[in-house]
Write a new protein. Structure first.
Lengths: 146, 146
DNA sequence: GACATATAGTTGTTTATGCAACTATTCAAA
DNA sequence: TTTGAATAGTTGCATAAACAACTATATGTC
C-alpha cells in the first residue's frame, strides 16, 4: 500500500487542521469587526438553513457534522439571538423544524460576502488546479473516516 | 486574480475543516480504545514536548497555534494527569519550562503509532502526489492568514 | 536607579464539543 | 393492542477555545 510509511514530521498539521482553524478565526474576526454578534458555529448552522430553511435538528446534525447535543445548544443560542425558531412538526411529534427569522434572512448576503472574502485571502497565490486537488483529497479523507 | 469567483457551494467544507475534525475524532477514539486517558489537545502538547522537552508555555503556544490561556489550562490538566511538570526557569523568573514525566515518555511510541495508523486510514486510496499538493496548499493557506 | 514598556503566565466569562444518560414520540411485530 | 425497538431531542458533566483583564518579572532608556 502507498501510505504506509508516512513521515512522522508530517503527522501534526494534518491532524490538527491548522489551516481550517486559521480560516475560521479569520472569518470570526471579520464577523466581529462587522459588528455581527455571531459565532462561526452559529453561522455554519445558518448557512444550511439559508440553503434549505426548516431543517430538523437531526438534519442539521448531518449537515454540520455535529452531534445532537451540540445542535440543541446551538439552536438554543440562535433562538436567544432571535435568529431561528423551533417549530414543532405537524406530522411527527418528535421533530422540531428550525426556521429562520426575518432578522436571520437579512444576515445571509453580508456574511456570505465575508466568507468569500476570507477564502479569497486564504487562497492567494494558490493555483485553481491545486485548490481542486486539495478539496478532492479532503473529501476522500472525510469519506474514508465517516 | 484567480480566486475571485469562488463558487459558494465550495465555501463550507474549507471553513469548517470537516476532514481534520474527522481525523481528530478517529484518533481520539483510538486513544480511548487503547485505554489512554488523553485528549487530542493534550496529545498535541505532548507531541511537541516529545520532540523537544522543556519548552516554555509561550513556545508551546507558538508550536500548537493556541493562545496562552489555552496552554495554561492544558498544562494544568496534564499536570493533574502526572504527565508534565512546570519547572521555573533559572534564568528568567517569568518562564515555566514544561517537562515530561517518565509516565509521559512511555506514551510516545504507542500514541505515535495510533496517529500514523489514523492517517493511513484517512488517506487510503489517495495518491502520494496529491497528498503532497494538499499539504502544500494547506501550508500556504496557513501562511497567508497568520 | 526609576519608570515605562514588553513579555510570561493566570483567571474569569461565554461558547462549543463529546459522551452518557435521559424523556418523549413513533413504528413495527407479535 | 400492547410491547419493544428505533428515532428526535434534552440535560449533565468534563474539556477546550477565544477574549479581556489581571499579576509578576524583565528590559531598556532617561
Amino acid at each position: 500500500m502507498s501510505n504506509q510509511h508516512f513521515k512522522k514530521g508530517e503527522l501534526y498539521s494534518f491532524i490538527t487542521g491548522k489551516a481550517s482553524t486559521a480560516i475560521a478565526r479569520r472569518l470570526q474576526k471579520k464577523l466581529n469587526a462587522a459588528g455581527m454578534n455571531l459565532t462561526i458555529e452559529q453561522w455554519s448552522v445558518l448557512y444550511h438553513l439559508w440553503k434549505d430553511d426548516g431543517k430538523s435538528q437531526q438534519e442539521l446534525c448531518n449537515a454540520t457534522f455535529r452531534d445532537k447535543p451540540s445542535i440543541t445548544r446551538l439552536v438554543d443560542n440562535l433562538e436567544k439571538l432571535n435568529l431561528v425558531k423551533r417549530v414543532p412538526s405537524e406530522n411527527d411529534g418528535r421533530i422540531n423544524k428550525i426556521t429562520l427569522t426575518k432578522q436571520a434572512q437579512k444576515l445571509q448576503e453580508q456574511t456570505m460576502l465575508l466568507a468569500e472574502e476570507t477564502l479569497n485571502e486564504s487562497l492567494v497565490s494558490v493555483p485553481p488546479e491545486k485548490i481542486e486537488i486539495c478539496k478532492e483529497v479532503l473529501q476522500v479523507v472525510y469519506d474514508n473516516l465517516k
